[in-house]
Design a protein around this ligand. Structure first.
Ligand code: PMV
Length: 346
């Protein structure tokens, strides 16, 4: 069947050439955290990390490279992005342009299916989807490893949103060996992330700035030196589906990262009083027999990692603890997916 060119995603009007693709990637929550870089220019992390993708939270991003554009453009949820967001996306497009040997500018439109400003980081899903769509639009079919390497350059945690399920990001020692790969598929172990949204405020210090201050804490060296042991314990616990082994290491790793944040100069406090209330309640619920542990990223919201059988009870108990807490639930998610793409035809 002959398809009109528009349906192929390729549009040639008035001699304007455009290459388009759309991709989707999920957010992820780290069990062993990435905090601090050995080389911030290429986001080469201080330590390897481990996460699970979040099925319920994703970004869907369309990229159109066009020779009619004189600069990059960015819409987020159909609104023009703030200048800082456009600058960061444009810097990532520069990396991709260099890699793809292209001089074209891009029109980027990204939709998050979770409320922006819910205090849930969107940079992992956003930069993973952007990297896949931007490279596919120009006809590049990169390996998972190549995509993960490139996504890392946009936002470190985006490297982990390329592979499926439970994902390890190998810190590596240089650009070419710092990438993520899956250690288990989403259905290997039905965990859930029950997120207690404690504040919707935008974080006062974003993670890029935060990474830059990590080395000012006297605790960072110890955290990094001991991260490999925690990573190994967490991987073994996941592969053995052993919640009792996973819970303490996930909480310890989160506490250590926040100890580094709190002792950095200037100090960064992401926890709010309500975060601590939820953390203590989670430990109490675990003592009572529920499979639940907590972890927090660079914000006050508490991710309650649960055995799927206990997720509904945990969600209800969070509401009992404080009816103002909004609860978002997510199962384990898959890897980044290409939804549509044309091929470069010139
Ligand atoms: O990818 P970034 O630069 O947003 O850093 C993520 C940092 C944490 O979310 C705090 C930890 C992690 O490993 O995801």
């Amino acid at each position: 069947m002959h398809l009109p060119q528009r349906q192929l995603g390729l549009r040639i009007e008035n001699m304007v050439t455009e290459y388009t693709a759309t991709a989707r990637a999920h957010s992820n929550i780290a069990f062993i955290k990435y905090w601090g870089n050995r080389d911030s220019g290429i986001r080469l992390p201080a330590n390897s990390s481990l996460s699970m993708n979040l099925a319920a939270l994703h970004s869907t991003t369309s990229v159109t490279w066009s020779d009619a554009l004189e600069e990059d453009r960015l819409l987020i949820n159909d609104e023009p992005a703030v200048p800082a967001a456009l600058l960061r996306v444009s810097a990532h497009l520069d990396t991709l342009r260099a890699e793809l040997r292209s001089t074209l500018h891009a029109d980027v439109s990204s939709h998050n299916n979770f409320p922006m400003g819910a205090g849930i980081a969107s940079s992992a899903s956003a930069f993973a989807a952007l990297t896949l769509a931007a490279t596919a639009a120009l006809g590049m079919r990169l390996s998972e490893r190549e995509l993960s390497l490139l996504a890392r350059r946009g936002s470190g945690s985006a490297a982990r949103s390329i592979p499926t399920g439970f994902v390890e990001w190998h810190a590596g020692s240089a650009d070419k060996d710092s990438y993520a790969e899956s250690i288990a598929s989403p259905d290997y172990w039905p965990l859930e992330d029950v997120i207690a949204v404690i504040s919707r405020d935008h974080k006062h210090v974003g993670s890029t700035m935060g990474h830059a201050t990590a080395n000012t804490s006297i605790l960072q060296r110890v955290r990094v030196e001991t991260a490999a042991d925690r990573l190994l314990s967490a991987i073994h616990a996941i592969l053995a589906r052993d919640f009792e082994a996973l819970a303490p290491v996930v909480e310890e790793d989160s506490n250590l990262m926040h100890a580094v944040m709190m002792t950095s100069k200037p100090s960064l406090f992401y926890w709010l009083p309500k975060s601590l209330r939820v953390m203590l309640a989670v430990q109490e619920w675990r003592r009572q027999g529920l499979q639940v542990c907590y972890t927090l990223d660079a914000g006050p919201n508490v991710h309650c990692i649960c055995g799927a059988q206990d997720a509904a009870v945990v969600a209800a108990r969070l509401k009992e603890l404080d009816p103002d807490i909004e609860v978002i639930r997510s199962a384990v998610g898959g890897g980044a997916q290409l939804l549509t793409a044309n091929d470069r035809t010139d």
